[in-house]
Design a protein. Structure first.
Length: 371
């Protein structure tokens, strides 16, 4: 194999590949990147056995072929090269990487060792631009506990009105409705790994900034257990999470006794200050809602205490509730809005955060019981 390509194109591709490649294990196939040619194009692929990323990069193919090279070594070598043309030429199971004044030789593995993902696609295809644009407001609520695999995923439910994306870790829940009907009939509900979907959204946003509009397509594999995300020049293959997603509708309050609307930035500043003291007190921040406004407070006997007051428009009963400060900060960091609407029915019932004038989104946090 002999390839000629630009250093910056190769470096960008490897930076994306490194997000998938599992550099922590000792399995060669997960710590190596597959470089090969296909129909005159150059492809770089990495996998962690559950997820696979394949990138097509521009370059000249002088001789077809392929090789598996250690991802970390390859990335460091390419990053050290000047921004000019780079030649990759293989001989047996080694690859020479050279520029005008630099040359390196890396030992590799036969490309036949790499577990190529199945390209077979079913009939289910859907545009995912809207999902990727909105996933930020949902993905942070997913779980990282692998013992409850279903909660590490994001539910995509297809309805007559459009799509519903949901994430929960059992203590909080984010839900976003997308009023965009799909042409494909009888689409199944999908549970997609949150980490991968979040990563795809970040990459799509980066590419949109660079190249303008980015059109994304989600295809379901013919075996019904694989999702294939396609963006211009890049594909992601991931296994769908199997299992039954929790009946989240049951915890969404249908009414409230207290509603308050307040400025997001003012609330965020108050939460940040309170979290300094909450850290030493089980991360508990107490919210007191009254006609005078909203008071946030936290205390830790060994550190001290704080009290912050912000303006708020209260409707209904005066009330109080306590939350984990980390959950509040995660929510506030991932919603873009000027004002926030908060609803509750009592100190032991879920608190519901919404965006005024937007009925398509809500975030629920379970309260903390305090003395």
């Amino acid at each position: 194999m002999k390839l000629i390509l630009l250093q910056e194109n190769l470096e960008k591709a490897l930076s994306l590949i490194n997000r998938t490649a599992n550099l922590k294990t000792q399995l060669p196939i997960t710590t190596n990147a597959l470089i090969k040619t296909k129909n005159g194009e150059i492809e770089i692929t990495a996998t962690d056995l559950e997820n696979t990323t394949r990138i097509t990069i521009e370059g000249k193919v002088e001789k077809e072929g392929g090789i598996l090279l250690p991802t970390k070594t390859l990335t460091e070598v390419v990053a050290a090269l000047p921004k000019e043309q780079v030649v990759i030429e293989t001989e047996g199971l080694s690859a020479e990487i050279r520029s005008s004044k630099h040359k390196a030789k890396i030992n590799g593995i036969s490309p036949s060792e790499f577990p190529e993902p199945q390209e077979e696609k079913g009939e289910q295809k859907v545009a995912i631009d809207s999902i990727l644009r909105n996933i930020k407001t949902v993905v942070f609520a997913s779980s990282s506990d692998e013992s409850r695999a279903v909660l590490t995923g994001i539910l995509i439910r297809f309805t007559e009105e459009g799509m519903l994306i949901v994430a929960t870790d059992g203590y909080r829940l984010s839900l976003k409705k997308i009023a965009e009907k799909t042409k494909t009939q009888e689409l199944q509900n999908l549970i997609i790994p949150a980490r991968i979907l979040g990563e795809i959204a970040k990459i799509a946003k980066e590419r949109e900034k660079q190249n303008g509009e980015t059109e994304g397509i989600l295809s379901i594999g013919g075996a019904k257990n694989q999702a294939i995300f396609s963006l211009p020049g890049i594909k992601f293959f991931t296994r769908l999470i199997e299992g039954e997603y929790p009946a989240f509708e049951k915890i969404i309050p249908q009414s409230n006794s207290t509603q308050a609307i307040f400025d997001k930035d003012e609330f965020l500043s108050a939460v940040r200050l309170s979290s300094v003291f909450a850290r030493e007190g089980a991360n508990i921040i107490k919210l007191t809602l009254s006609r005078k406004g909203i008071t946030l407070s936290a205390n830790a006997p060994q550190v001290g205490e704080n009290r912050c007051e912000i303006e708020g428009n209260l409707k209904g009963e005066e009330n109080e509730i306590a939350f984990n400060s980390r959950f509040l900060l995660d929510f506030l960091a991932n919603v873009d809005t000027k004002e926030i609407s908060f609803e509750m029915t009592g100190p032991l019932n879920p608190g519901v955060f919404k965006i005024p004038g937007d009925n398509s989104y809500l975030h629920i946090i379970m309260p903390v019981r305090v003395q």
